[in-house]
Design a protein around this ligand. Sequence first.
Ligand SMILES: *Cc1c(COP(=O)(O)O)cnc(C)c1O
Length: 478
Amino acid sequence: MPLHRGADRAAGMPRSERDELRRLSINPFYGEADPTSEMTSAPPMHRLPDGPTPPDTAYQLVHDELMLDGNSRLNLATFVTTWMEPQATALMTECRDKNMIDKDEYPRTAELERRCVAMLADLWNAPDPATTVGCSTTGSSEACMLAGMALKRRWAGRNAARYPATARPNLVMGVNVQVCWDKFCNFWEVESRQVPMEGDRFHLDPQAAAELCDENTIGVVAVLGSTFDGSYEPVAELCAALDALQERTGLDIPVHVDGASGAMVAPFLDEDLVWDFRLPRVSSINTSGHKYGLVYPGVGWALWRSPAELPEELVFRVNYLGGDMPTFALNFSRPGAQVVAQYYTFLRLGRDGYRAVQQTARDIAGKLAGRIEELGDFRLLTRGNELPVFAFTTAPGVTAFDVFDVSRRLRERGWLVPAYTFPAHREDLSVLRVVCRNGFSADLATLLVADLKGVLPELREQEHPLGRDKSAATAFHH
Ligand SMILES: *Cc1c(COP(=O)(O)O)cnc(C)c1O
């Protein structure tokens, strides 16, 4: 499917006739007052209407069309928050007109952003939270672009003599990285060096990553945790492998941790896991405030260990109370409501609250994984004991149906459970993945198991997998 474009041109048809074909239909009962006189015109779909539509009618038209979107709470494909408290919604409504870039006009919103960065610096064990630098973004993708840019600029600074000549920078990562890293490498002209999957290893291997590094490597990305199966990548082992590399070769390669999900799970549930700024080689970390940060989309965060990690020339300055406020962002205008909601959620939950919420999600993931395993038709790849996320495939003897059939049949019952094929070298493996988020309760998990049980007898009766168009059966799994 191409990128959004204009309306289809029906060949040879005059424009007025084409427009007649593509109009929103109006129910006379949707009119403001008198059903027989109000609704005389149906607005076109792909052209700005000539005149206005009454607000109630316009609302109803848009509302009705959106009924066909899936129910976000039943969307087990997404990592993104689909439930918040009414108080958070109220705050977001109060702030929906505030532009995050207007630091001078909205100094308190700017202050709340600063407090959030300080809290994250503390949470991620920055050696000196007072000098840790960071910013909010629209999500982890923007945060990763910023972190990648900082890595590239630092490398370019160190290689000022070689870079303009022939040296081409590269970034090392596992093949399981989220698509934002492919985007970063494409947009910023960096070679992407990816460690493939191997056997039952579905994420980065520290040794293999170190072997891909050379004098043009701007950094290594470690993912906490992988969107493919919810597993944490071994950040400490990666740093150790890069320490050994430095001893052997002198190459000093920084690590960026893409903690889109895990940076808001591990600090509460895996306190002994050392993955963050406690590791001197970890130079920057990002997270999605709108994933396990528990805020509606879109907010993300990027933090650097110290100002030395973020080249000064990348930082711009905006007016703030008559002075200078540094900003680092791809966007200019951006909603302030999500940042306010993040601060609310930090205040509301505190460490113990986050721990309780994330532990509940992980308990539900573990139990659900176990119950799916007990059905006998499936084999678990992960059990939801790192991110509250697990992946499973059909058991070895199952030949009547495949994961795409399961995904399609669950969709009939309202559940969105994506099925997808793994990347190099495990393209032979297709899985289903379940993301357990706050709001996906133990009761809903029980209903999911009941629905899965309900579709299995028919699936087992199939002569073979239906082999439907796999791209159609598959929800976007990142
Ligand atoms: C979701 C995700 C991203 C992208 O984050 P957005 O907040 O959706 O932009 C990047 N990396 C990982 C590991 C992710 O899970």
